[in-house]
Design a protein around this ligand. Structure first.
Ligand SMILES: NC(=O)c1ccc[n+]([C@@H]2O[C@H](COP(=O)([O-])OP(=O)(O)OC[C@H]3O[C@@H](n4cnc5c(N)ncnc54)[C@H](O)[C@@H]3O)[C@@H](O)[C@H]2O)c1
Length: 296
């Protein structure tokens, strides 16, 4: 599919995990891509994979610390100087950040977490929107799309460490608020909230060791990076032209499962019998034991 033909994108954190998968997807969809990442070794590897797939002339790498304003500005500038414009900014770079009990968390680790996960998104939105507000050759508003990797950890308790979850919640709020500001400029601002995705950030090179984390959601398949890349490609394309201010959960139903007070899956008490509970009306409750009828 060539749904991004002619578009110019930056992808932060594009050297690994879902960022790298999305770089490959954007390239396959016809875009030109600047990969921005702190890890130069993985950046070079990403470029080598892109070249091996025949996309060598449409991809560039820049060493960038997304927490630093000058680096984010340089990333946007590279897209403009190398490929002529900026249409898509995927602000995806991230780390696990500070973890542990609140009383054991240092200010330095807290600030690092917010710098990489939240300040980076503010900086990316600032510099990408400046580039996207420039007018096209005929004076028209060119606009663009800013896509952010949030997390389900920013939507509910228990999905990550205190600092990580709070930083991602901040990002979800930014997506909504900045979308309202930039809509008139034809700049969409959207987010993806992944559930558990099998990337080096989670499995640290040992995917086999984390089966428990990868199998928490109702959907039977493991969340591989391409499930994010596919949604990213749609959200930045013109097919999603009326979606803005929205953060889309891509979590295999993990949050739909909710607090799971009555168990999950086959262990959910509500799945073992069927009928109707008429409360304290004095009318009889009707119960069919599904497990007994199954045994017959
Ligand atoms: N994997 C999951 O289960 C999961 C779930 C929800 C959200 N996320 C988020 O998805 C995003 C991508 O993570 P991933 O799982 O693909 O991890 P990953 O570690 O495979 O990739 C993250 C990339 O970000 C880069 N990076 C980190 N700090 C940076 C900085 N300061 N400047 C520039 N680059 C930097 C890393 O070098 C790496 O290449 C992150 O924002 C993460 O918080 C991941």
């Amino acid at each position: 599919m060539n749904r991004l033909a002619g578009k110019v994108a930056i992808v932060t954190g594009g050297a690994s995990g879902m960022g790298r998968a999305t770089v490959m997807r954007f390239l396959a969809d016809g875009a030109k891509v600047v990969v921005a990442d702190l890890n130069e070794t993985n950046g070079a590897e990403t470029l080598a994979v892109a070249k091996a797939n025949g996309h060598g002339d449409r991809v560039a790498f820049i060493r960038c610390d997304v927490a630093k304003e000058a680096d984010m500005a340089a990333t946007v500038a590279l897209a403009e100087s190398r490929f002529g414009t900026l249409d898509i900014a995927y602000l995806n770079a991230g780390v696990g950040g500070a973890f542990g009990p609140i009383a054991e968390t240092s200010v330095e680790d807290w600030d690092y977490t917010f710098a990489v996960l939240t300040r980076s998104v503010f900086l990316g939105m600032k510099h990408a929107s400046l580039a996207m507000k420039k007018h096209g050759p005929n004076g028209e508003k060119r606009g663009g799309v800013i896509l952010v990797t949030a997390s389900i950890a920013g939507m509910v308790g228990g999905g990550g460490s205190h600092a990580y979850s709070a930083a991602k919640a901040g990002v979800i709020s930014l997506i909504e608020n900045v979308a309202a500001e930039l809509g008139p400029d034809r700049i969409r601002v959207v987010g993806i909230a992944p559930g558990v995705i099998s990337t080096p950030l989670v499995h640290r090179g040992r995917p086999d060791k984390y089966e428990k984390q990868f199998s928490q959601q109702p959907w039977p398949d493991r969340g591989e990076p391409d499930v994010i890349a596919d949604v990213a490609s749609f959200l930045v394309s013109d097919e999603a032209r009326f979606i803005t201010g929205e953060t889309v959960k891509v979590d295999g139903g993990l949050l739909a499962q909710g607090v799971a007070l009555w168990g999950t899956g086959a262990d959910n008490a509500f799945m073992k019998s069927a009928g109707v509970n008429r409360g304290t009306t004095g009318e009889a409750m009707v119960v069919r034991n599904l497990q007994q009828s199954e045994k017959k």
